[in-house]
Design a protein around this ligand. Structure first.
Ligand code: F6P
Length: 359
């Protein structure tokens, strides 16, 4: 093996640079050259690759984002092109194989979440050697106990909850924190436990308004006039609807509301008559420096990905299982997100502590 390439695809995530650095260093010490692909699969289609040197990876371990750039779009199998003024989708997969082979690149490391790894597995099906690395703040990939980036997102959400506690307590308010996670409630569950939330609302457990208001009223009866609610962005009430009745400037209030965090805060204000505020943490969870845990996990993943290539373990993704990094079949990790099981240990722990899950 003389040359490999590495790309980052999908949303950025703390730890991407740490993986790239570990890939470069491990490959270098095995005499393998590493090409960095710019802006995900777009760089493969447009032949935007360059050889990495030690100067490129020096100092990037603690840096957020990705030094290679990334995009959420640009699936090479359905690549957006303008043809005679019309937007058309073309299969550019042969073009990317051509661009890889003309530089004698023998294997590709794809760092990404579900969507990116699905494309990676399709490239692997074409016969090109591919190894995936599980990236996502959402922790929603199967066959691995952790995706890198998750720990950082949880620590940022936990810090936000600590800060919301003091202002909630001072003003006797209900504070709602909306966190990311797409279809999964992992960030909400972990940060909710770590940040001492009173209610944790996740997509896997559709919620009832009564359950949340009962929990807040119970606290009020005991003399605690503030409450903290964490809500995952994908959460929904059990009947699927949010009935904000008030009209604001003759428009149903729901129209001017943002995400589920805002909706929960407004509905609770209507139902309870207490002041509620919502905070949407958004991309703060994704930007900036990775935690020590994520730096270590990313470094282990990067090293293991190169070793998987050296050992010809292609069509795999490196995964964390029982604190070891092992290769798993790439095809087994794409298509179905890994959601929080209703019987998860942390849910049991939360219930024992009196946390409401809104059910
Ligand atoms: O998958 C990571 C994630 O941050 C999700 O938690 C969130 O739903 C989504 O990406 C946001 O994507 P974008 O940055 O494209 O708005």
């Amino acid at each position: 093996m003389k040359s490999i390439a590495v790309l980052t695809g999908g949303g950025d995530c703390p730890g991407l640079n740490a993986v790239i650095r570990a890939v470069y260093k491990t490959a270098h010490s095995n005499g393998i050259k590493v090409y960095g692909v710019k802006n995900g699969f777009k760089g493969l289609v447009e032949d935007d690759l360059s050889l990495l040197g030690s100067e490129n990876v020096s100092g990037i371990l603690p840096r957020g984002g990705t030094m290679l750039g990334t995009t959420n779009r640009d699936n090479p199998f359905r690549y957006q092109c303008i043809d005679r003024g019309e937007l058309v989708y073309k299969d550019m997969s042969q073009r990317i194989l051509f661009n890889l082979k003309k530089r004698d690149i023998e294997a590709l490391i794809v760092i990404g979440g579900d969507g990116t790894l699905k494309i990676a597995s399709e490239i692997a099906e074409l016969g090109f050697p591919v190894v995936g690395v599980p990236k996502s703040i959402d922790n929603d990939l199967p066959k691995t106990e952790r995706t890198f980036g998750f720990d950082t997102a949880v620590s940022i959400a936990t810090e936000a909850l600590d800060r919301l506690h003091t202002t909630a307590e001072s003003h006797h308010r209900v504070m709602v924190l909306e966190v990311m996670g797409r279809y999964a409630g992992w960030i909400a569950l972990h940060s909710g436990i770590a940040g001492g939330a009173d209610c944790i609302i996740i997509p896997e457990i559709p919620f009832k308004w009564d359950s949340i208001t009962d929990k807040i009223k119970l606290r009020q009866q005991k003399g605690t006039m503030f409450s903290i609610i964490v809500v995952a962005e994908g959460a929904k009430p059990i009947n699927g609807e949010i009935s904000v009745a008030r009209l604001v400037n003759n428009c149903p209030e729901t129209i001017r509301l943002g995400g589920i965090g805002d909706k929960v805060a407004h509905e609770l204000e209507n139902l309870l008559g207490v002041e509620c505020r919502s905070t949407v943490l958004g991309h703060l969870q994704r930007g900036g420096s990775p935690t020590a845990y994520d730096r270590i996990l990313s470094t282990r993943y990067g090293e293991a990905a190169v070793n998987a290539i050296i050992n010809k373990k292609f069509k795999t993704m490196v995964a964390l299982q029982n604190n070891e990094i092992v290769p798993v079949n790439l095809i087994d990790v794409v298509g179905t997100p890994y959601l929080v099981p209703a019987t998860h240990d942390l849910i049991k722990t939360g219930r024992s502590l009196g946390i409401s899950f809104g059910d």
